[in-house]
Design a protein around this ligand. Structure first.
Ligand code: FMN
Ligand code: SF4
Ligand code: SF4
Length: 445
C-alpha cells in the first residue's frame, strides 16, 4: 500500500491533509476530534498579540453561493482571527501537542508590523512545542484595516521584512501564507523567499460580496443593515488557487520553494491536483466546515487507492509532475486539431449542445435532420472548442477526438507537427525561422 506520509520542511506528517487555520482549529476540543478522525495536522486558528482579544461581529458572518442542488460551492466570511485569550490558546496547543506527538500543529500568527511584537509572540509560541509557524498575511477583512493580514501581504517589502524578523527570532520553520488579493502572486512569494521563509502556503480567502439583499439593499451577510466585503473560499476558489500555485511552482525565482496548497480542496482528487503542481501538504477549511472532520477518511482512502493504481509508492513519486506541463498560451501547439463527436446511443436529445454552439458563433451542431431531432457535429464548422462537452448533461456523451489528414474546416493539414504563436506568420512580432525557438515544452520559458 502506498505511503502517504509527508516530510514538509522536516515536519513529519502521517498524511498530507492538514486543517487550515479557521474555526475548525480554534480550540483543543476541535483539534483533538480532528486528529481522532485522521487529520495529519492542523494550522491553529490565527493567534494575535497578548492583551484583550479581538471582537467578532455577533450577527451572521457567512454568505454562500449554492449550486442548483443547494450544494455549497462558495463560502464568504467576515470572521476575524481568534477571539479567545492568547494564554488559553497557548495552553491548549501545548496540551494537544503533548497528547498527539505524531500529528502536526502549526501556529498561525498575526501581530502588528513591529519586530518587538513578532519577537514576543514567537517566544511564547515556541514554548508550546508546535512544529512551525504560519504568518497570516492573508486575511482580507477586519485585520487588514488595522494594518495586518492582507495589508502586509499586498506589499512584498513588508512580507520580506516580517519573514526575516521571524527567521532571526525563531528556529521553527516559517511558512508565509499568501493573499490572493494581488495582481501577481509571484511577487509576494519571491519576497517571502528573499526574507528567508521556508515555505509559502496559499491561498487565503478572496475579497468578495456574495449577494445583495434586494429588499434591504445591503450586502449579505447583513449586520444591522450594513455589510462589508468578506473572504471567499470553498470549491469555487480552487481554480484560482491552482493557477496561483502553478505560477509559484514554475517561476524560476521560486522554483523548489516548498508550498502548502489551500483553496477549495474537498476530495482526494483536489488534493492530488495540488500535489501534482508541487505542493508538499494541502490544507482544508470549507470542506471540513461543511461535511465534518470525517471527510479526511475519504481523502486518505482515495489518495492511497489512486497511488496504488498508478504504482506510486510515495507522494514524492508524483509531486510536481504537472508543473512542466503548465506553459504560457504562446507556446501551445496551434497544429493540434480536435473535433467533437456525439455518442448517439448516450444522447438524450436535450439540445443544449446545439444552442450553446449555435449562439456561441460556431453553428457546428445540427438539431434537425430530415425533420427529426438529431444532434450531430458538422466537422466543417467545428473549431474544437469543447463548449458542447461542458454543457452536455450526460457525462461522456460528447468526446473530443484528435483528427488526422486535412481539417475540413480550414482545408489545412491537421496534427502534422508543432507550431506556436511565437513563429506564426499572423504574429507581427513572430520570430523569423532563423531565430525561432525550437520548441520543447517549457524550454522557451
Ligand atoms: C470562517 C473562516 C475563518 C478563517 N479564519 C482564518 C484565520 O484565522 N487565519 C487564516 O490564516 N485563514 C483563515 N481562513 C482562511 C482559510 O484558512 C483558508 O485559507 C481558506 O478558507 C481557503 O481554503 P478552503 O477553500 O478550503 O476554505 C478562514 C476561513 C474561514 C472560512
Ligand atoms: S467543439 Fe465547439 S465548435 Fe465544435 S461542436 Fe462543440 S461547441 Fe461547437
Ligand atoms: S447536450 Fe448532450 S444529450 Fe443534449 S442533445 Fe447534445 S449531445 Fe445530446
Amino acid at each position: 500500500m502506498a505511503d502517504i506520509s509527508t516530510n514538509f520542511l522536516g515536519i513529519q506528517s502521517p498524511n498530507p491533509f492538514w486543517l487550515a487555520s479557521a474555526p475548525p482549529t480554534d480550540k483543543q476540543y476541535n483539534v483533538e476530534r480532528a486528529f481522532e478522525a485522521g487529520w495529519g495536522g492542523v494550522v491553529w486558528k490565527t493567534l494575535g498579540e497578548a492583551g484583550p482579544p479581538v471582537v467578532n461581529v455577533n450577527g451572521p458572518r457567512y454568505g454562500a453561493i449554492h449550486g442548483g442542488d443547494r450544494r455549497l460551492l462558495g463560502l464568504n466570511n467576515i470572521e476575524l482571527i481568534t477571539d479567545r485569550d492568547l494564554e488559553v490558546n497557548l495552553r491548549e496547543m501545548t496540551e494537544t501537542k503533548k497528547k498527539w506527538p505524531d500529528r502536526v500543529i502549526i501556529a498561525s500568527l498575526m501581530v502588528p508590523c513591529e519586530e518587538a511584537a513578532w519577537k514576543a509572540i514567537l517566544k511564547r509560541v515556541e514554548e508550546t512545542g508546535c512544529d512551525g509557524i504560519e504568518l497570516n498575511f492573508g486575511c482580507p477583512h477586519g485585520m487588514s484595516e488595522r494594518g495586518m493580514g492582507s495589508a502586509v501581504g499586498q506589499v512584498p517589502e513588508y512580507i520580506e521584512m516580517v519573514a526575516r524578523w521571524c527567521k532571526e527570532n525563531t528556529d521553527l520553520p516559517v511558512i508565509v501564507k499568501l493573499t490572493p488579493n494581488i495582481t501577481d502572486i509571484r511577487k509576494p512569494a519571491e519576497a517571502a523567499k528573499r526574507g528567508g521563509a521556508d515555505a509559502v502556503s496559499l491561498i487565503n480567502t478572496i475579497n468578495s460580496i456574495t449577494a445583495i439583499d434586494l429588499d434591504d439593499f445591503a450586502p449579505q451577510p447583513t449586520i444591522d443593515g450594513k455589510g462589508s466585503h468578506g473572504g471567499y473560499c470553498g470549491p469555487a476558489v480552487k481554480p484560482i488557487a491552482l493557477s496561483m500555485v502553478s505560477e509559484i511552482a514554475r517561476n524560476p525565482e521560486t522554483q523548489g520553494l516548498p508550498i502548502s496548497g489551500i483553496g477549495g480542496i474537498t476530495t482526494w482528487r483536489d488534493a492530488a491536483e495540488f500535489i501534482a503542481l508541487g505542493c508538499g501538504t494541502v490544507q482544508v477549511c470549507t470542506a471540513a466546515m461543511t461535511y465534518g472532520f470525517h471527510i479526511v477518511q475519504e481523502m486518505i482512502a482515495g489518495l492511497s487507492n489512486y497511488m496504488d493504481e498508478k504504482g506510486y509508492a510515495s507522494i514524492e513519486d508524483f509531486r510536481g509532475r504537472a508543473v512542466p506541463n503548465v506553459t504560457d498560451w504562446q507556446y501551445l501547439n496551434l497544429k493540434y486539431v480536435t473535433k467533437a463527436k456525439i455518442d448517439q446511443d448516450l444522447c438524450i436529445k436535450c439540445g443544449r449542445c446545439h444552442i450553446a454552439c449555435e449562439d456561441t458563433s460556431h453553428q457546428a451542431i445540427t438539431h434537425m435532420v430530415d425533420g427529426v431531432r438529431h444532434f450531430e457535429v458538422i466537422d466543417e464548422e467545428c473549431v474544437g472548442c469543447n463548449l458542447c462537452v461542458n454543457v452536455c448533461p450526460v457525462e461522456n456523451c460528447i468526446s473530443m477526438e484528435q483528427i488526422s489528414g486535412i481539417d475540413p474546416r480550414t482545408g489545412k493539414p491537421a496534427n502534422d507537427g508543432y507550431a506556436n504563436w511565437t513563429t506564426h506568420p499572423n504574429n507581427p512580432s513572430a520570430k523569423t525561422s532563423g531565430e525561432a525557438v525550437q520548441f520543447t515544452p517549457n524550454a522557451a520559458e
